[in-house]
Design a protein around this ligand. Structure first.
Ligand code: PLP
Length: 378
């Protein structure tokens, strides 16, 4: 069995898990308990995790709000901003290829009266810059654009978008969930106002994420999703999940140290697979775009993804996003990139990860090639 679905989720690294363990049974204090050592100790651990994540993001620690994952971070950013929208700025721009955590949140706001303009992408998954620039000529509250797409791995030119947003006095929210830990993510260099991320995409635990909020920006006022004990500067009430937060911090610190070397390894695997698959008639999605080094999205005309998956039970591979792979609908990302629904239903995603053994990608490739020969001789 070879797992090749690291964009859906990653295992928790044993070193990360070791660091999380003491915070369950031994050091179980509530970081909000200000009157004793149990609370102080937990508070210190959260502080360290905040610093570790901030360092990976190029942010200040007080710009990080811990959440239950990227979905919550996206909701907090988008709904939180929307509730402060002035009457002349109830307008949102959103890429058609965003993850459902963003799409469905924006759709919800559309259903309660916000005006939404959906930004098209081309065959390579890149936004329609002309549409974006024209759309920004009207007063707009925010633009939602992910850094890297979870299905295709396409990386967007966020610094360019940030310049347009700044000129239009519009806020830029960026979902960087798939990018963090795989490519350098620096909030200053990106120029984003808000950014969402998740621990379980970078070898940390599930149920742990964060929202970066630029503190120097004057227009960012968020209404929290949860009210209560005032944790996280009042933006996310509820007792902090200390083990999960410690895990996220440790995963961030690990990514700081290893991400550059891993980038090279992932790219080698991806390039090797692409060369072989192309030689056998596969079409690589968004091949003219800069893409995440670990992500390969392709199709072989005439073979449905469901046939691939049935033919390769030893491989953990997927048709696209884990969140939508269960509903049997063709991927909205592939459709937005101009594929027909038949073409979209042929797409497969392979996402490599750092816990793969050196020989596994090659073994998996051979299985894919053998399956292809079987399809062709059938
Ligand atoms: N955004 C993107 C791009 C994702 O890939 C995912 C996870 O699949 C999410 C958001 C949601 O993350 P979480 O599982 O932490 O809520």
């Amino acid at each position: 069995m070879i797992y090749l679905d690291f964009n859906a989720t990653t295992p928790v690294l044993p070193t990360v898990f070791e660091l999380m363990k003491p915070w369950f049974c031994e050091a179980f204090g509530n970081p909000s308990s200000r009157q004793h050592a149990w609370g102080w100790k937990a508070d210190e651990a959260v502080k360290q995790a905040r610093e570790q994540l901030a360092q990976l993001l190029g942010a200040k620690p007080d710009e990080v709000v811990f959440t239950s994952g990227a979905t919550e971070a996206c909701n907090l950013a988008i709904k939180g901003l929307a509730q402060h929208a002035s009457p002349d700025r109830r307008r949102i721009l959103c890429l058609k290829t965003e993850h459902k955590a963003v799409l469905d949140t924006v759709r919800f706001l559309e259903s309660v009266g916000f005006e939404v303009e959906w930004i098209a992408v081309d065959h390579d998954g890149q936004p329609d810059w002309e549409q974006l620039q024209q759309a920004l000529e009207r007063p707009t509250l925010m633009v939602c654009a992910m850094l890297a797409n979870n299905e295709t791995g396409v990386i967007h030119d966020i610094p360019r978008l940030a310049r347009y947003c700044r000129d239009a006095s519009t806020l830029l929210f960026c979902d960087a969930t798939q990018a963090l830990g795989k490519i350098p993510v620096d909030v200053q260099q990106l120029g984003v106002d808000l950014l969402a991320c998740s621990a379980h995409k970078m070898y940390g635990p599930k149920g742990s994420g964060a929202l970066y909020i630029r503190r120097s920006s004057r227009h960012i006022a968020l209404v929290p999703l949860l009210h209560g004990g005032g944790q996280e500067s009042g933006l996310r009430a509820g007792t902090l999940n200390v083990p999960a937060i410690v895990g996220m911090g440790a995963a961030a610190a690990h990514a700081m140290k290893t991400q550059e070397a891993q980038h090279i390894q992932m790219l080698q695997w991806r390039t090797h697979w692409e060369q072989h698959l192309r030689a056998q008639g596969a079409l690589i999605t968004a091949q003219n775009s800069v893409r995440l080094p670990n992500t390969l999205h392709f199709r072989v005309p005439g073979i449905r993804a469901s046939e691939w998956i049935a033919a390769l039970p030893q491989l953990g591979i997927a048709t696209g996003s884990a969140c939508s792979s269960g509903n049997g609908q063709p991927s909205h990302v592939a459709l937005a990139m101009g594929m027909t629904s038949v073409q979209a239903s042929e797409c497969l995603r392979i996402s490599f990860g750092t816990t793969l053994k050196k020989h596994e990608p090659e073994e998996a490739l051979q299985m894919v090639q053998q399956a292809l020969s079987r399809f062709r001789s059938a």
